[in-house]
Design a protein around this ligand. Structure first.
Ligand SMILES: [Ca+2]
Length: 536
């Protein structure tokens, strides 16, 4: 028996070199609860200094562990970000540069955790266009999914649960925890749809935010002076691009079907409010407030459900054994630069919240090293004591979670956005961000923008716009150095421009999926969780 146990320990040490060889037994492996949201601006969490809302449960998570102050994404839209989350790879390596389907036959982190002895599950928004692989249980929204009475896909078909999607997703998370097998650690990806566009909050938070007034960002009326390459023609502005549907304006009662949809998708340039006709700057201000009320009410629903799941960890006695990580799939503009949405590499679109607490994580730390979403998959594997494959391009942040300061940590982050032509008329670009500067290259139009983030944190002054300024030795030297750095990062990550031309984008849609699955009808949360189990 003893010999057998020594053999098991030796095997475990051989398989999991991250474990301490001096330990008498393999360390108990932590559960990993990964909470993910869609489009949650870093500056819409109070632990990040939000001026517009309060998120007590996310703050509680941050206070109990680590809050990363320089956490970024590598391609700021939903589907590519989700493929990067799974693979630890840039879009050009994982085959998902735009809204094309992920090949579930590829190697990814959930498959590795499952093979490594974890009970794996994914709940909520998936948006990868193919059925999940590598999960013992999965119950995911088709495409974007619906806020109210959502349909979910499960291994045997599709089912519907009555209620609000954010609360249901939280309830499914609780049901997963209660019904988990007790003989192995779990890895749960709990993915909220909120606060994605559509912004349909639950009733309690809709009421709480109705009529609230929020401070405007300094750049709400940005004129894009010094930045003519892409911003003036973008179609994600508060002023011009929010639809009547986004603004929750009520269609005339006589409209139905196509006419009603057309009315809702129009972008109004004058609106009647309380008997007054609003236009111009006054209308922009009204649109901003109306958008923020619903967006932040959706964020509040997320925060409520983070609290619900953290409470369940406490009730189940799991808090000490479970690493909880919170982040989102891309940044978001809260009227900053006059925008909503994401995509652009300016700070609000590039930054994401990243919080973590749990065994081994130092309490109350704020690591400032630049980290990115390519690091998540390696981090999950490292925390589970599993090796990180060479094919993953990120690096485990576990040392940062312990409060260490690795001397060889990266100094710059590489970014590339492809979806052009695409939604919101956002020009394709790549770029590099260092602790002090940012270089953006709109490669299709041959334009560069350069910012000094120390003196110009809202990126209003492109140092390359004025030719005389661009020629000054200081600016010229920084520009040359960052162009070199951009090329170095492209080489390091093996970006061979394979998706630069839209003709090369891989096929497969991520929206409108699941229509051909057998309909299983209306289910309770418990019934739905039972239906999420994969065969074998
Ligand atoms: Ca998103």
């Amino acid at each position: 028996m003893r010999a057998c146990r020594i053999l098991v320990v030796s095997l475990a040490l051989a398989l999991f070199p991250g474990l301490s060889a001096s330990a008498a037994e393999p360390a108990r492996r932590p559960n990993i609860l990964f909470i993910f949201t869609d489009d949650h601006a870093q500056h819409a969490l109070s632990c990040y200094g939000s001026r517009v809302n309060v998120t007590p449960h996310l703050d509680r998570l941050a206070a109990a562990g680590a809050r990363f102050t320089n956490s970024f994404v590598t391609n700021s839209i939903c589907t590519p970000s989700r493929a990067t989350l799974l693979t630890g790879q840039y879009s050009h390596k994982n085959g998902v540069p735009v809204f094309n389907a992920f090949d579930g036959g590829r190697d990814h982190v959930a498959k590795r955790l499952q093979a490594g002895g974890y009970h794996t599950g994914v709940i909520g928004k998936w948006h990868l266009g193919s059925d999940p692989t590598g999960f013992d249980r999965w119950i995911v929204l088709p495409g974007q999914g619906d806020y109210w009475n959502p349909t979910f896909l499960v291994p045997g078909g599709k089912l519907t649960i009555e209620g609000h999607c954010t609360d249901i997703t939280g309830d499914l998370g609780v049901a997963f925890l209660r019904s988990r097998p007790r003989d192995k650690p779990f890895f749960l990806m709990l993915h909220q749809k909120a606060p994605h566009r559509g912004w349909q909050p639950d009733d309690r938070n809709r009421a709480k935010f109705a009529g609230k007034v929020f401070p405007e960002p300094d750049t709400l009326f940005d004129t894009y002076a010094t930045r003519p390459a892409a911003l003036p023609e973008n179609e994600q502005t508060i002023a011009r691009d929010l639809t009547r549907g986004d603004l929750k304006l009520e269609p005339p009662a006589e409209l139905a079907g196509k006419e009603r949809r057309q009315w809702l998708s129009a972008k109004p340039m004058q609106v009647e409010v309380d008997g007054r006709t609003l236009t111009g700057d006054e209308l922009v201000r009204w649109k901003y407030q109306r958008f923020m009320q619903d967006y932040l009410a959706c964020v509040q629903g997320v925060d409520d459900n983070v609290g619900k799941v953290l409470d369940e960890l406490d009730r189940e006695g799991l808090a000490d054994d479970t690493i909880v990580i919170y982040t989102t799939d891309n940044g978001w503009y809260l009227g900053d630069l006059g925008l909503y949405d994401k995509r652009f590499m300016y700070e609000p679109g590039l930054r994401v919240p990243l919080l973590a607490r749990g065994p081994g994580i130092r309490v109350g730390i704020t690591p400032d090293q630049p980290v990115a979403n390519i690091d998540l998959a390696p981090t999950f594997l490292d925390l589970a004591g599993l090796p990180v494959p060479e094919s993953m391009q990120g690096r485990s942040v576990a040392p940062l979670l312990r409060g260490e300061q690795p001397a060889d940590w990266r100094r710059s982050v590489y970014y590339r956005y492809y979806h052009d032509p695409g939604h919101h008329n956002t020009r394709a670009h790549c770029g590099v961000r260092t602790p002090t500067h940012k270089l953006i290259h709109y490669w299709k139009v041959g334009a560069y923008e350069l910012y000094d983030l120390r003196t110009d944190p809202t990126e209003q002054h492109n140092l390359l716009f004025d030719e005389a300024e661009a020629r000054t030795p200081d600016v010229a030297a920084v520009f040359a150095a960052l162009k070199d750095e951009l090329e170095r990062l492209k080489r390091e990550y093996g970006d061979d421009d394979r998706y630069a031309d839209p003709a090369t984008w891989p096929p497969g849609a991520v929206d409108g999926v699941g229509g051909d699955k057998p309909a299983l009808g209306r289910k309770t949360v418990a019934e739905a969780m039972a239906a999420s189990v994969t065969a074998g």
